[in-house]
Design a protein around this ligand. Structure first.
Ligand code: URA
Length: 433
């Protein structure tokens, strides 16, 4: 069938079959289908959606559009974790070492940040010397030896997604559940882990703005994982305010290190434990959530989780002394404290806008090839539910380029202050297993 006929078919809400979806993905990767037709096709998906079967077929075709990793040489049940993206989300940097220190092999492929969301690879690269590009052989060797490796995906892994995502970014087709689900799951499946934990975020700082859509996305991805024989589970968590207190690359690494010492912020620590418990259950390293929790507590108390992070940094060519002495991370020229103009309780803290402020300070990218400044960012002093007096610090801005009146106004307007008490919001909405 001609591509135009397949676009028509989807436009009218009809179900595409395996052969049709195969031809579209193969044709697009081979440059036989032009971007304008693929854009129209994805816009038709955006409006008409896809059935569970179509989404699973699309994912399978994308996954097989390039190389797939064979991790069978790693002993044990290999687990990967993926967050749908948010502000201040440094979970992998803490939960990876925690779970690995308990003996579970963590073979993780991560991405880079774009727009208001940060990326684990950029955070890791704030550690001098560290490389996120390992050969498949070295990746497998490292996971066998120290139980943890966090790397970037190669260009040969899931080329269909790389092309489709770049096109979606400029054609208003990012926020479609079948397209997000197939994009994330095709990469995770190609990366080869046996078990996949998804942290699906909802709220102002996430792709999914409400909990219902996040649940729908999580269920779609779990169905794809089940269909293709991988144990896939999901956490639905709140991204209406930043996670933890630090936003910005080396600032977030430092917060992950503090968390591995048992000194992290309450919300971030809660998410790391919850994710870690699920990962230990999936890898059969614990039989119950209580047992998993105790194991995770133990590796924080005895320092072994922090030691695994240091070993991973060293194995990937980085300077591990930064992990034991985080005061070594380069500091910005200035740290400017922004204080509250009014007294009251913080009702809302716009994650999206604070993520954008960090990006504009140089901590993130507006375009995929922008350079980033690893030292800049924000450290929150007040979060939702806290009381603040006029003149009290709201946050510190770590900057190498000062703080313009415009950015200061953006920060102040991200804090919504009211005169009545506000409950601390629930971070974890649901665990889907
Ligand atoms: N992350 C991805 O990898 N793909 C999407 O479509 C959205 C978030």
């Amino acid at each position: 069938m001609r591509m135009v006929d397949l676009i028509e078919k989807k436009k009218h809400g009809l179900e595409l079959n395996e052969e049709e979806i195969h031809d579209i993905i193969q044709g697009y990767v081979a440059d036989k289908i032009p971007d304008y037709q693929m854009s129209a096709f994805m816009m038709a998906i955006y409006f008409q959606g896809m059935t569970e079967k179509e989404t699973a077929i699309l994912t399978n075709e994308m996954m097989h559009s390039g190389d797939t990793m064979d991790l069978s040489a790693i002993q044990g049940i290999k687990v990967d974790k993926h967050s749908t993206g948010g502000v201040g989300d440094k979970t992998s940097l803490a939960v990876g070492p925690m779970v690995a220190a308990c003996g579970a092999p963590v073979a993780k492929m991560s991405g880079r940040g774009l727009g208001h969301t940060g990326g684990t690879l950029d955070k890791l690269e704030s550690i001098p010397g560290l490389s996120v590009y390992l050969s498949e052989e070295d990746f497998i060797k490292q996971v066998n030896e120290i139980k943890l490796a966090i790397i970037g995906q190669t260009k040969k892994l899931d080329p269909a997604d790389a092309k489709m995502y770049a096109l979606r970014d400029v054609t208003g087709t990012v926020d479609s559940i079948p397209l997000i689900a197939s994009s994330i799951m095709s990469k995770k499946l190609a990366a080869g882990a046996d078990a996949i934990l998804l942290d699906v975020k909802y709220g102002d700082g996430a792709f999914m703005k409400n909990v219902e859509d996040a649940r729908k996305l999580a269920k779609t991805m779990i169905a794809i994982g089940d269909h293709l024989g991988r144990d896939t589970r999901a956490t639905i968590s709140n991204m209406n305010q930043p996670l933890g207190n630090a936003i910005g690359n080396s600032l977030e690494v430092k917060e992950a290190i503090a968390t591995l010492k048992g000194e992290g912020p309450r919300d971030f620590t809660e998410l790391c434990f919850e994710a870690g418990e699920t990962m230990l259950l999936m890898t059969k390293m614990a039989a119950t959530r209580e047992e998993a929790h105790q194991k995770l507590e133990a590796v924080i108390q005895d320092g072994s989780a922090l030691a695994v992070l240091a070993k991973m940094v060293e194995a990937q060519g980085g300077d591990a002394s930064y992990i034991m002495h985080p005061e070594k991370f380069p500091k910005t020229k200035e740290v400017i404290t922004v204080t509250s103009l009014e007294s009251g309780y913080i009702e809302d803290l716009e994650a999206l806008n604070l993520g954008l402020v960090s990006m504009k300070l140089g901590g993130g990218r507006a375009k995929m090839d922008d350079q980033i400044d690893h030292a800049v960012g924000l450290v929150l002093k007040k979060k939702v539910g806290d009381h603040v007096e006029a003149g009290e610090p709201l946050l510190d801005v770590h900057t190498n380029t000062g703080l313009s009146e415009e950015l200061k106004a953006d920060i102040l307007s991200a804090y919504h202050i009211v005169d009545h008490e506000v409950a601390i919001p629930q971070l974890i909405e649901e665990i889907l297993e």
